[in-house]
Design a protein around this ligand. Structure first.
Ligand code: FAD
Length: 281
């Protein structure tokens, strides 16, 4: 079966660190317009470290004619800081936001965590301050958030975010489609009926993938790990294998009527485009 015309794609970027990286981002985002994303999103650095960069990148993507959503994490920010950022976004016509707890930058103590401790608190604040203005996305973890006490606890906290007013969710990446289907079934059994969109991580670099996965609790299946490890520094083989694995995953998800696919592009147009071509070709 080939991709259905109705598949809604979204693309995630991170704020570039300098002008050269910004130019690469613009060029890559332009190339990726062929995917016709429903929206793009831009990550927010721990403790607000990319606050300006996030909004600048949102502006850049909007200039390319795309709806763009800033990520906003509450940890490390005061209630007033969050409120003023929400007002700024609203004034500027931003109407979609990805609401997260975030992670404390290493070396900062619990005292610096700020007033809001969970993403559900941030969703509540956004709804309290701005009513229905924003379409709110939240994060979901098919393989459980690494700090959760257990899958049921984590699911309960996810449901709380939805009840606080989230409109849709994007998952942490995964390579085992069953973990996603199981999570969606369990969420729906608890009355969740918002779209839960799979987050898709292209595979281009073994070391980086293992490091990210270690941090965020995503499992890289043994067979994928072993194949990648054996390829060593052979970037072409890693890219070809990674594209095949992730395209197959996306096709399985599409065949099972997922509400969309959210690509963690890592600002790398070619990796995402290769998967998309595999789905459309
Ligand atoms: P929460 O939903 O608050 O959950 C965090 C943990 O707390 C979970 O273990 C949960 O079970 C637990 N919990 C929740 N509520 C309660 C409660 N009431 N009592 C006890 N425990 C509770 N990070 C960034 O820094 N910037 C980004 O731009 C960014 N974008 C992301 C986008 C997506 C799609 C995803 C999936 C993750 C992203 N992250 C980002 C990472 C995210 O910030 C981390 O995973 C973070 O550790 C948790 O954020 P959260 O919003 O899921 O938190």
């Amino acid at each position: 079966m080939t991709m259905q015309a109705s598949t809604a794609f979204s693309l995630e970027f991170f704020p570039p660190r300098d002008d050269a990286a910004k130019q690469r981002l613009v060029a890559g985002a332009q190339q990726m317009l062929v995917i016709d994303p429903v929206y793009c999103s831009v990550t927010f650095g721990a403790g607000g470290s990319t606050r300006d960069g996030t909004f600048d990148t949102v502006r850049v993507l909007r200039e390319l004619g795309r709806d763009a959503a800033p990520h906003l994490s509450c940890i490390g920010s005061s209630r007033d800081e969050l409120k003023s950022l929400l007002q700024l976004y609203r004034q500027e016509g931003v109407s979609r936001i990805v609401a997260l707890r975030g992670d404390m930058p290493s070396g900062m103590g619990a005292d610096a965590a700020g007033a809001l401790r969970h993403a559900s608190d941030l969703v509540e604040l956004i709804r309290h301050e701005t009513g229905d203005w924003f379409h709110i996305e939240v994060a979901a973890y098919p393989e459980m958030h690494p700090q959760a006490a257990g899958p049921e606890h984590d699911l309960t906290h996810f449901v709380n975010k939805v009840r606080a007013g989230a409109d849709s969710a994007i998952t942490q990446y995964f390579f085992n489609a069953d973990s996603y289907f199981d999570f969606v079934d369990r969420a729906q059994a608890k009355g969740v009926n918002i779209p839960i969109v799979p987050g898709i991580m292209p595979i281009t670099n073994y070391t980086q993938l293992m490091r990210f996965s270690e941090m965020c609790g995503a499992e890289v299946p043994r067979w994928i790990r072993l194949r990648l490890a054996e390829m060593g520094d052979d970037k072409d083989s890693i890219r070809a294998f990674g594209t095949e694995v992730v395209t197959d995953l996306c096709q399985t998800l599409i065949d099972n009527d997922v509400p969309g696919l959210h690509f963690y592009t890592l600002n790398n147009a070619e990796a995402t485009l290769a998967i998309w071509r595999g789905l459309t070709g």
